[in-house]
Design a protein around this ligand. Structure first.
Ligand code: HXC
Length: 523
């Protein structure tokens, strides 16, 4: 055999050897564990990446990494990749980094090397200014590795915090996520969970039973519905993994690659921007509810509204949308739920959303119809003061373009908090139906005309007379407009036109908050 043929054969063997390794890596923990994953109604880690990334764009990093553990005979059980697939690729043409935990390898548990792979990809995402997506499906710390695994978690948490506000971080929970493992997703910007196949909790049902004697299933304790409605831990509860993946892609479409960039504008053909139906949307009686989402969808580009946290603290609506192709964040009081009152949960929900938009240069639109803060011992004892202050703080520190439209009520402290002119909003519009005052006319009359009312021959009649007086003076937008607290009173049908122009006018806005290490938001 010639020397050349010899070299070719040697090379062929080496390539074959490599191909065998790749094949083995692709099999993860083996076919029977893949089958068992499918039987649970779950995709494998690789299938998830396949559906997430643009076809053929995914490049894997660290496929041949194995664990270093030698306790409990672990040196005899090694799988290429060590339970997590990491790499980069494109989502709708945009560079994105991803890690996807492989439940078929030691239950996707986190070893020292597994953690190193995740940290490496996070560092690359930060250096190159692109989003990172984590697809979580893990039994938690690799029990055989002990404290080394806990250290790995802490390394990830630290990186999550470093990356926070620098690049968008999204977490999809596709299986178990328990113990301290929950804190990495919790630090990221958005969490998506899958109904019935995913759960998150700090301690599982068995520990709960031992400590508190409560009997609760995994699903009830930490399933997607629980976290979407009761705790607000997850922003989305998805029907299945494919829906979760489509939501991840959709979310990314509204956000830029990193904090130095602005979101992509979609091409937009200007047309008739009047929305006459908005002139007829509000009920005649100011105490009747209406769905603020009808106002949102009438204002924004068709089918562009993407609600976030939809099932949690429903008295406030938050989400992304597009206005003439431009990505915006929306915060809107919801009169159809608890009359749109602000309480602790809605304040926290909105504050977190406002801060996300501000981190990533997404302009904010606020639709305001708020009767005030919710009274009561429950709210006071649960810290409505601190929690309401979170929203006040979040709006006040936001430097993105900020516009408010008062559709109806803007009462009390809530008027100030909901992106008022005083806390830095750029443009404040009011519909003619706006009522801007310290409180509702009935309550106000009772307080300021107390003596007159009780001295009257017919107190009820007097009260109504004074209520009308107060209402005539304040239940309109004109006192605020006289002061310049409202820039313009507009017919509802003109709202979209006004907003398109105003956001365009504000696109080069520059505001520099005072230099500081960081503020101290009332957590
Ligand atoms: C090593 C693990 C593992 C783990 C599962 N496996 N969890 N290996 N470390 N943490 C392995 C199993 O041995 C099994 O291996 C395979 O993964 C699949 O597990 P099953 O139990 O057969 O699957 P299932 O019935 O679906 O149950 C999944 C599970 C359960 C609910 C996640 O495995 C479980 O309870 N695991 C332990 C969870 C846990 O206590 N983790 C530590 C939490 S504390 P084979 O070879 O049979 O396929 C923690 C602290 C983090 O994470 C702190 C950070 C600060």
């Amino acid at each position: 055999m010639s020397q050349e043929a010899n070299i070719n054969l040697a090379m062929q063997n080496k390539i074959e050897n490599l191909q065998n390794k790749i094949k083995a890596a692709h099999l993860g923990g083996g076919q029977s564990r893949i089958d068992s994953q499918h039987k649970k109604g779950k995709l494998t880690a690789r299938e998830r990446i396949h559906f997430l990334m643009d076809e053929g764009s995914f490049e894997e990093i660290g496929m041949l990494v194995t664990h270093r553990s030698t306790d409990f005979g672990m040196e005899k059980e090694k799988y290429l990749g060590d339970g997590v697939i990491t790499g980069y690729g494109n989502i709708n043409g945009r560079l994105t980094y991803v890690f996807s935990q492989d439940f078929t390898v030691f239950g996707g548990s986190l070893s020292e090397t597994h953690a190193e792979k995740i940290c490496k990809i996070m560092e690359m995402a930060m250096k190159n200014g692109a989003p990172i997506i984590g697809l979580n499906d893990s039994g938690g710390a690799r029990i055989q590795e002990g404290v080394v695994s806990l250290g790995g978690y802490a390394d990830i948490f630290y990186k999550n915090v470093q990356a926070s506000g620098v690049i968008p971080q999204l977490s999809a929970i596709m299986g178990p996520c328990a113990g301290g493992a929950v804190y990495s997703p919790a630090i990221t910007d958005f969490i998506l969970m899958v109904e019935n196949t995913s759960y998150m909790f700090v301690t599982g049902p068995n520990v709960v039973k031992t400590v508190t004697h409560e009997e609760v299933s995994s699903e009830e304790l930490g399933g997607a519905s629980t976290h979407a409605t009761k705790s607000g831990v997850t922003h989305f509860a998805c029907a299945n993994e494919i829906e979760a993946i489509s939501y991840l892609k959709k979310l990314l479409s509204y956000v830029p690659q990193n904090c130095e960039e602005t979101p992509d504008n979609l091409p937009y053909e200007p047309g008739d921007e009047q929305r006459p139906n908005l002139d007829h949307l509000l009920p005649q009686n100011a105490s009747q509810p209406y769905d603020i989402r009808d106002v949102v969808t009438a204002i924004v580009d068709e089918e562009s509204f993407f609600e976030v946290h939809a099932a949690y603290a429903e008295n406030i609506v938050v989400g992304f949308a597009r206005l003439a192709g431009r990505s915006i964040g929306i915060v809107a009081n919801q009169p159809a739920y608890l009359a749109g009152v602000l309480d602790s949960n809605s304040s926290i929900k909105a504050a977190r959303f406002v801060r996300f938009c501000d981190c990533f240069n997404i302009p904010l639109l606020v639709l305001e119809d708020v009767p005030g803060f919710l009274p009561g011992t429950d709210q006071e004892w649960n810290g409505i003061i601190t929690n309401g202050a979170k929203l006040l703080y979040a709006f006040s520190e936001a430097t993105v373009p900020r516009i408010t439209v008062i559709t109806r009520k803007a009462y009390g402290g809530a008027y100030d908090v909901m992106n008022s002119k005083h806390i830095g909003a750029d443009m404040n519009y009011a519909w003619p139906t706006a009522e801007i005052a310290v409180m509702g006319a009935k309550g106000a009359a009772e307080i300021i005309f107390k003596r007159e009312i009780s001295a009257a021959e017919n107190p009820q009649e007097k009260w109504m007379e004074k209520e009308k007086l107060y209402s005539d003076i304040f239940a309109n937008p004109y006192r605020a407009a006289e002061r310049g607290f409202v820039d313009e009173v507009i017919a509802p049908s003109q709202t979209r036109i006004k907003l398109i122009k105003a956001f365009k006018m504000l696109e080069n806005k520059v505001v520099n908050n005072p230099r500081k290490k960081h503020g101290n938001i009332p957590l």
